[in-house]
Design a protein around this ligand. Structure first.
Ligand code: NAP
Ligand code: G4F
Length: 329
């Protein structure tokens, strides 16, 4: 067990930040989390859930705050999970997305380098399958892997591609340990209700409780390679423990439509036909859509020994059961 290691996690209030902080704490790390804003509404809940965590103020758009955070915490490992991460939101706030999700990565890398920690601090960069774009021309039958062509389809995907390449550039230019995890969609009980899976499981529980009648969604045909966030943060940690920095795809190797997710989620409350409960609303459709994402995790499985444990039906079931339990059902 790597006793005594220090980790700094950006995006600590997010889904992956929560799972990763727990994993690192259980591994004996001293865990610091970067939190933004004068009075972040998630701060109190986070401190109640993880009393062992040390929160340090900082914003990815403020290089000075990042230099201060890195200096204060002196991390052995820095996991850069912070981002404007909602694809639909990125179309409405493209400049903010570029500043946080793109240039914010540069600010993190520079904070480590300028404080003299280029050799000490190992960095994980949260890259994404959104960089691939899911278009016919670049879609390999066996799934996207580390050498597949990129064609991002949203301001979010474009910003992430900048983050991915600047991370690789710092690896090549300065010999820094910067590893990029190209992660396909991962979900779970901590997922924000603005993402389609949790939006569905949250609504299914409320429909069962009689608190709402229908759910408004956008396009139902897109397919995603959906895994469980707990499995994926295990992969992040393994990447940072590997002897050399590299790029790794984490995925399940299966792809399912939103319609399939709806079928399994409604089945959990004994409903066979979800159609009467779903209203399509163009407000939730995007100017450009990513049709199909399917990943090939062979490299991570072989080199890191990573294997996902939760399958697609297991993921849907645990999310619905969690949301039912929140309503005492
Ligand atoms: P999430 O739940 O949306 O969390 C995003 C985090 O970023 C939040 O803690 C948020 O803090 C923080 N943040 C936003 N703007 C910031 C800023 N200007 N400065 C500092 N922090 C800021 O995202 P997630 O699902 O955990 O994903 C973690 C990372 O992996 C993200 O970079 C995401 O793009 C990437 N990723 C996610 C998936 C997935 O399926 N989940 C797949 C591939 C890649 P506040 O509480 O202050 O808003
Ligand atoms: O849940 P989503 O918003 O996730 P999306 O766009 O795939 O992005 C997530 O995964 C990426 C990895 O591939 C991450 F990088 C990113 O940060 C994020 O975590 O939407 C999934 C699909 C899309 O096709 C969307 O158009 O669901 C469709 N959808 C249909 N109705 C909806 C809705 N998405 C949302 N959020 N809300 C709806 O009402």
């Amino acid at each position: 067990m790597p006793q005594g290691k220090v980790a700094l996690v950006t995006g600590i209030t997010g889904q992956d930040g929560g799972h990763l902080a727990e994993l690192l704490h259980n591994e004996g790390y001293e865990v610091h989390g970067l939190i933004r804003g004068q009075s972040n509404p998630r701060r109190v809940a986070l401190e109640a859930e993880m009393p062992w965590i040390n929160l340090v103020e900082g914003d990815l758009t403020d290089p000075t705050s990042l230099i201060r955070a890195v200096d204060l915490t002196d991390p052995d490992e820095l996991y850069n999970l912070a981002a404007v991460s909602h694809v639909g939101y990125s179309f409405k706030n493209p400049t903010l997305t570029a500043d946080v999700t793109g240039k914010g990565v540069l600010n993190v890398l520079e904070a480590v380098r300028l404080t003299g920690r280029a050799e000490k601090t190992r960095i994980y960069q949260a890259s994404t399958s959104e960089m691939f774009g899911g278009l016919d021309y670049n879609r390999p039958g066996q799934g996207y892997d580390e050498s597949s062509l990129f064609h991002p389809r949203s301001p979010y995907g474009v910003a992430k591609l900048y983050g991915h390449w600047i991370a690789k550039n710092y690896r090549e230019s300065y010999g820094m340990f910067v590893t990029c995890g190209i992660l396909f969609n991962h979900e779970g009980e901590r997922r924000g209700v603005e993402f389609v899976t949790r939006k569905i499981t949250h609504a299914v529980a409320r429909i069962k409780a009689g608190l709402q009648d229908t759910i408004e969604l956008g396009d139902l045909w897109p397919k995603r390679d959906w895994g469980y966030a707990g499995d994926f943060v295990r992969g992040m940690h393994l990447m940072v423990q590997h002897d050399v920095p590299d790029d790794f795809v984490l995925a399940t190797g299966e792809t399912h439509s939103i319609e399939e997710f709806l079928t399994l989620a409604f089945a959990e409350i004994g409903v066979d036909d979800w159609r009467p409960y779903v209203v399509q609303n163009p407000a939730f459709m995007r100017p450009a859509e990513v049709d199909i994402l399917l990943g090939n995790p062979a490299k991570a499985e072989k080199v890191l020994g990573w294997k996902r444990e939760v399958d697609f039906p297991g993921l849907v079931s645990r999310m619905v059961r969690h949301d039912l339990a929140l309503l005492d059902l």
